[in-house]
Design a protein around this ligand. Sequence first.
Ligand SMILES: Cc1cc2nc3c(=O)[nH]c(=O)nc-3n(C[C@H](O)[C@H](O)[C@H](O)COP(=O)(O)OP(=O)(O)OC[C@H]3O[C@@H](n4cnc5c(N)ncnc54)[C@H](O)[C@@H]3O)c2cc1C
Length: 501
Amino acid sequence: MAYDADVIVIGAGPVGTVALALLGRLGVAAIGLEKDVEMWTTARAVHFDGETFRTLQALGIADEVRAVTIPMKDVDIVNTDGEVLVHAETHEIGGQGWNEHISFHQPDVEALVRRVVESAPGISLRRGVTVTEVRNVEGGVEVATEDDGGARSVLTARWAIAADGARGQFRRALGIETDKYGEDEQWLVVDGHLVGAPGYQTDMIQFASYLRPALWLRLPGTRVRMEFMLVPGDDPDHVATPEAVELMSAGILPRDKFTPDRQAIYTFRGRIAQRWRDGNIFIAGDAAHQAPPLFGQGLCAGLRDVANLVWKLDLVRRGLAGDELLDTYESERKPHATYWVEVAANQAVAIQTLDPHLAQGRDEFMKAHPEASAVPIPPSLGPGLHDGDRDGRAGRLSIQPIRSDGTRLDDEVGPRFVVAAERSLYEQLPDEVKAVLDEDSDTVTLLEPVDAGVLLASVDAQAVVIRPDHYILGCADTVADLEGLVRRIPSIAHLSAPLHR
Ligand SMILES: Cc1cc2nc3c(=O)[nH]c(=O)nc-3n(C[C@H](O)[C@H](O)[C@H](O)COP(=O)(O)OP(=O)(O)OC[C@H]3O[C@@H](n4cnc5c(N)ncnc54)[C@H](O)[C@@H]3O)c2cc1C
């Protein structure tokens, strides 16, 4: 069957746009379809993590991203009386080779990704095109569209990624239900420029006030964000007025010094789709999961989805892996995303309480256990292409070493599997395995201590195999285990198949 593209991406919010850029990097032909002509009408995220920075680095835009973002240096949780319950310093470069907490203005970063998409060979992003239907057909998908002028067409592809957002129709159209986490709450989000007033000195503050939970964030330049939970008695028509914002912010956003450029009321909710794959259609981003934004992880999770999926699609497209590899998208990503939704929903319950007695108990608990309110350690992937079921190091994100000259390892290895090993262990591999490792252009072997040493020390092993999405496939200390891991790399398994005959 001849397709219009290998992949059709429905929706070019941040998740769909990054999916297109990652597909382009792998040479996968893709069409993006976005109903809005302007790309940032729904921009909401203000924070991303080191893993997300690494994904943007993979697109070749790390310097540009750094120029428009700022590391977040500290975070406080403050109670109704203004007492600091939890304080965290967050300015250090983390294991991903980037700061772990970065503040940004989403349109600035999306514009950079869009530029990558626009210059990627084999990728076309069509704006002003609404997808009206997507359906599985033998060996692929059919996607019906209607453009702004009313012209209709049907496109075909081998796969579709529905990244059509929380309010997108395709999850529902596929009959996929969601599970609910925590309680839904309405918050007013206020973005704008603060000039001539100091704001707060801390970069991010969660106000766990039982009178009105709120959030403060300093963004690049003069930009700031405040969020205010709506409480009983609020008049939605009045709450966003400059007077009300000045009052709710306790004068931090004074009318004459704060110029809002966007205010909107959002429902913060926790949801996980029960299925993430329907035949040749995958759902990703907010279409698959939504979290109250307390840890700033919704967008990060969406980018993890597509970083997990695209290299698998590419391997199957090139005949180097079977369709069953695509089932690991849901099995790996759903538990991981569910973890973040759960911890964010639990934190939301604690921060959002309007009951003074519960708030007092919470304050005492947070002061006694500040570590319990810190940003949680990222979980491992659910079951899939890794050894996580028998080795706690596998299925987790690998580190990215920064060399003494300041270069980062990902820039050298690119979107490939990495086999890092002590040379003495590697040399014991059977010659035919070393030969296929040499031959396989989807795998890079690191044996020099300058490259492999830091990776091996991070997992305390003599060898580690890392996937193109930077997650650890497995660790080895014996040649048999290393050979077993190498043979699980789909492109190697493909090349070495004749060895088993
Ligand atoms: C107040 C708030 C603050 C947040 N802060 C953070 C944060 O700091 N960090 C973080 O990581 N996350 C944060 N999030 C979450 C984050 O904003 C979302 O997870 C992220 O924007 C989801 O991106 P997406 O591409 O999946 O969906 P969307 O951004 O919703 O994009 C979906 C796209 O699909 C298009 N579309 C829909 N239907 C169709 C159709 N039929 N045909 C064609 N196109 C279609 C839409 O026009 C849209 O462009 C926050 C969320 C909120 C509400």
